[in-house]
Design a protein around this ligand. Structure first.
Ligand code: NAD
Ligand code: LMR
Length: 414
């Protein structure tokens, strides 16, 4: 049976023939092929079931044949009406020459929704950002890539070429110090909060409407700090988004390893925050993860919580997760841009929230044309998860306080 894949644009499954026929003339064949590669395959067992059902109903062959021919056409017509053109967005990666910044910049340069990419870093970065831009500028993609540099110690808001951020719809910020073995993410707060503030200040001045996606740690404290600074400046705090996608990527991978199932079909929401016990995978909400024996859940939960430390220790003092984070950051970045282009996407993210009694929380978020469109509720939890949530909230509350205190003592100078 032919491979069928789900087009996230409308959630329906298509064969390559149907898919390519629909997009023919609208996009270059190469772009259509790349998009096809991104679409999740339909599980064969499921597809067979559907076929068997149809056969069981005794549908005449001729009718089925006509339907098979007519349906893609009708669908294509409906889709043509609903479909929005691809985006032409400007994106900036701050810290774009760093460990995360380089792979993240590469993934973003590949996104068909990106028209222009700014790679920004300091003059002390391991590679000049203009060099990273020159390198990525040779990819045969529509994005134009430009590098920008700022002298270390000088404020980006006055020293950075204003062209870097002006017109950006999305700014991804992995700029900041990574952990060394023995450190907690919280240990990075003092130095990284000041780095983040310098960059958020420049965003507030040059692209106040942009979504600012903060990867820099500790996310649990830096996001509240920056969002509250936006509020003080009269800007929209929902533009500040904490990137926790790597926790979802890891949870799905580990569930795949335990169950022997393809992680491509697994999507475990991870709620709470991004450090230790605040990282709370909700295994019961994914149908594969929900099949795992109860007595294995606590260890699996702990593995997701400690996954960052696993990488920090394996890198032995030479940094933390960079490649998997570049991948995860780009997944969120792509979803945000798809949303801005009118194709809504749902991803877990750490944002200002009123779905619990904490003012900031990670849960599923709908990204749409204005960025964060809706913060979705936690959904149903089992007994283990209900208890876990309480522990996560106790720790998260303290880390949010750190951010709120910083915001009280500081302001954006722009
Ligand atoms: P890195 O040291 O390899 O890169 C950081 C880059 O930021 C460097 O190139 C540096 O020059 C640049 N930089 C520093 N200050 C800057 C400034 N003011 N303006 C512009 N650029 C600046 O570090 P990394 O491994 O890429 O990690 C970056 C951050 O991401 C760390 O804080 C790390 O803890 C965090 N992180 C978060 C997650 C997550 O899931 N949210 C995952 C992994 C790492
Ligand atoms: C991660 O989860 O990999 C990051 O937060 C980096 C770290 O310090 O663990």
């Amino acid at each position: 049976m032919a491979d069928r894949r789900v087009d996230p644009d409308d959630g329906a499954a298509y064969t390559w023939e149907e898919f390519s026929a629909f997009y023919k003339g609208k996009y270059k064949r190469k772009a259509v092929e790349e998009y096809w590669e991104e679409c999740k395959p339909v599980k064969k067992s499921k597809a067979k079931k559907g076929d068997a059902k149809g056969a069981g109903k005794g549908e005449p062959k001729a009718k089925a044949k006509v339907k098979a021919k007519a349906e893609p056409k009708a669908k294509a017509k409906a889709k043509a009406k609903a479909r929005k053109p691809p985006g032409a967005f400007k994106v900036c990666v701050c810290g774009g020459a760093g460990g995360i910044g380089q792979p993240l910049s590469m993934f973003m340069a590949l996104d068909p929704n990106v028209k222009e990419l700014s790679v920004f870093d300091l003059n002390i970065a391991m590679v000049p950002p203009t060099g990273v831009a020159a390198d990525l500028g040779h990819l045969d993609k529509k994005s134009e890539v430009k590098g920008y540099v700022c002298e270390v110690g000088k404020p980006a808001v006055t020293e950075l070429d204003k062209e870097c951020l002006t017109g950006c719809s999305l700014v991804l910020i992995p700029a900041g110090m990574p952990r060394k073995p023995g450190q907690t993410r919280d240990d990075l707060f003092k130095i990284n909060a000041d780095i983040a503030k310098g960059l958020v200040e420049a965003c507030a001045k040059y692209c106040p409407e942009a979504i600012v996606a903060l990867i820099v740690n500790p996310v649990n404290s830096i996001v509240p700090a920056m969002a509250e600074l936006y509020i003080k400046k009269g800007l929209d705090p929902m533009k500040i988004v904490g990137v926790t996608t790597l926790d979802c990527v890891r949870a799905s991978k580990f569930v795949g390893q335990i169950t022997g199932k393809n992680p491509n079909f697994i999507n475990v929401p991870v709620i709470g925050g991004h450090a230790g016990v605040t990282i709370m995978p909700v295994f019961s909400q994914d149908k594969t993860a929900a099949t795992i024996d109860k007595d294995k859940i606590e260890a699996l939960d702990k593995r997701v919580q400690d996954a960052g430390t696993e990488v920090v220790e394996a890198k032995n003092g030479k940094g933390s997760a960079t490649l998997s984070m570049g991948y995860a950051g780009a997944r969120l970045g792509r979803s945000i841009l798809a949303g801005l282009a009118g194709r809504r996407r749902v991803e877990c993210a750490y944002v200002k929230s009123d779905i619990t009694d904490l003012p900031y929380f990670t849960s599923k978020v709908v990204f749409g044309e204005s960025g964060v469109q809706k913060v979705l509720p936690i959904g149903e939890l089992n007994e283990y998860e209900t208890t876990r949530l309480e522990a996560a909230k106790v720790a998260l509350k303290i880390e949010i306080e750190t951010g709120l205190t910083y915001a009280k003592a500081n302001e954006l100078n722009c």
